[in-house]
Design a protein around this ligand. Structure first.
Ligand SMILES: [Zn+2]
Length: 258
């Protein structure tokens, strides 16, 4: 994907302006750290104060706060109440076979929905920066040194949002933090994943991704990155493709899990 340098420069200036205006204003934005009035904010009444919170005071925004439970499912990475090893979903209807395991920053709640809405649908492209830095922390904690593979976007999503969120994160990881990024996958269908049922999402007969070339990938391990894991069907399909190309272990890292 070609990067429009002028557009990126404009986004950077916008970020700088937001940060500076946040630092210069004395009054504390209302609802800092709270989830009240989110729907009102989403309707556009008071979005700027909260966005400043995300960008300049990420520790207050509550968007990337880890879940309180120290226990996670060893396979899908969802938080659990106790140290059960695997969650009930992974025991009763497992989704991951090719994928070794997935890890996430936190669950997908009100704050996270606000963030995704602002980032993807309101096209606040600068939010890719806090997303990438937080994902980098989780990457360093779990998968340090392994090459990263972004899950490719659907074409319709690209047209709607005007940019590829996960691609932006991968771009920042690569050029700002020196993470090795590979793009061996391509999206081949255009059906929106979120409109499907669980069965539709995990249906393996309908292929949604493919490998770009027949060349072998001589890597012991790779990490898929994505914004949200819902059923895990997408990650599993991508992992199966990478394994078929010769990768021995495939892991996944996402910002949020639903
Ligand atoms: Zn699980």
């Amino acid at each position: 994907m070609r990067i429009n340098v002028f557009y990126l420069a404009m986004q950077f200036l916008k970020l700088l302006y937001l940060c500076l205006s946040g630092l210069l204003s004395d009054d504390e934005p209302e609802n800092s750290g709270k989830t009240d009035n989110l729907s009102a904010e989403l309707r556009g009444i008071k979005p700027s104060a909260r966005i400043k919170n995300i960008l300049c005071k990420p520790e207050k925004s509550g968007i990337f706060d880890k879940s309180e439970s120290p226990y996670i499912c060893l396979r899908c990475g969802r938080a659990m109440l106790d140290d059960f090893g695997l969650c009930t979903d992974c025991m009763s209807r497992p989704v991951f076979f090719a994928l070794s395991y997935a890890r996430h920053i936190t669950g997908y709640g009100k704050n996270q929905r606000f963030f995704i809405n602002q980032w993807k649908f309101r096209q606040n492209r600068v939010l890719g920066i806090p997303a990438a830095t937080r994902l980098l922390e989780a990457y360093a904690e779990n998968f340090e040194g392994l090459p990263v593979v972004p899950v490719p976007p659907r074409e319709g999503r690209l047209l709607l949002a005007g940019f590829d969120c996960v691609g932006d994160v991968a771009f920042i990881l690569r050029w700002c933090f020196g993470v090795k990024v590979l793009k061996p996958l391509v999206r081949i269908d255009s059906e929106e994943q979120k409109h499907k049922t669980f069965a539709g999402r995990t249906d393996k007969s309908k292929k949604r991704y493919a490998l770009k070339t027949h060349r072998k990938l001589k890597y012991d391990a790779m990490v898929l990155i994505d914004d949200i894991m819902t059923t895990g069907g997408t990650l599993e399909e991508c992992a199966a493709l990478l394994k078929s190309a010769g990768v021995k272990q495939v892991y996944a890292l996402t910002l949020f899990y639903a």
